[in-house]
Design a binder for this molecule. Sequence first.
Ligand code: PLP
Length: 387
Amino acid sequence: MNVIYMDNNATTQVAPEVLEEMLPYFSEFYGNPSSMHTFGGMVEQKIVEARERLARLLSASPEEIIFTSCGTESDNTAIRAAILSNPDKKHIVTSRVEHPAVKNLFEYLAKNGYRVTFVPVDRKGLLDLDYLYKNLSEDTAVVSLMWANNESGVIFPIEEIGTVLKEKGIVFHTDAVQAVGKIPIDLKHVNVDMLSLSGHKLHGPKGIGALYVRKGTKFSPFLIGGHQEKGRRGGTENAASIIGLGKASELAVRNISSENIRVKKLRDKLETEILNRIPNAMINGDREDRLPNTTSIAFEFVEGESILLMMDEYGICASSGSACTSGSLEPSHVLRAMGVPFTAAHGSVRFSLSIYNTEEEVDFIIEKLPPIIERLRELSPFWKKAL
Ligand code: PLP
């Protein structure tokens, strides 16, 4: 079956160039990068190169990059490092729409002695900045806010928030897992202390992430062990995947403007045509401050899961929420926090595109989706009532 993959916020295809660069490090060059011999040193050299490539994507220095196993580990490491470095401060701040990697850690910390402020968002998914600023205090140990939302694609004003937090001397972490590779990120000009990212969201492999830690930021490792990553993350390096993430970063630098403009055009066509052809459909989230590849569309009075199943018959892959929350019948915490009405939240579908999508694929979805929604609505008692 021909697959039309539009679930790239869940995970992405490993770029062929990335795979090619990784393969020799599973077979031919298997040395330990920490070894004294030249054979291990060759792997170490490639890790140095990967660190430089990733640093370039973020406009950071290579020494500010720590490789981890995933975005979740990076988030956990950053937030725990921040609170360990500020043991007297017991207040921590995040938003209501974070990925479970941050949300569930904050809920855990709330049960373990921390006062947590969950900053709300409005109907468009935009952060309530007044609420954020009003709730900051001398007792605030860390603010952790995502750069871009995985479900709606809405982008938070990280640069502006960073300036305010720097003035107040509060540690600022951002979960940029969905932002890196999709929008330009220049850490020379944005005051974040720590930033998380994940390889599999930018055409790198799964099981590799990174944490940027600005020079001078107090840090303590989450994985305590060997001297790897300058003692900031113990454990023998996942060399092949680090090399893959480095290559993916290099490709992202190349694609970030031109390819992402093309992706945005495809997303906009998909979105506009769906709204034109299907009644009672609306976009979840702000249409301006948004990732170029993401659209979350609510189809009133139908189940998102039923839409996914019927699209699946045509090989169309999308998502009814984040991969971690699908499978549950509750509307996602993101859509609930945005105040999306129940009848719409239930019928929400996220399409997330990548550089590998084509206009033909968009046209195929535009053709197949309207009859799917029509058929499902014919079966929906709520739709009949609404007419
Ligand atoms: N943060 C965000 C915003 C995400 O979208 C994800 C994955 O979907 C993660 C963190 C977790 O990343 P990983 O799957 O690499 O642990």
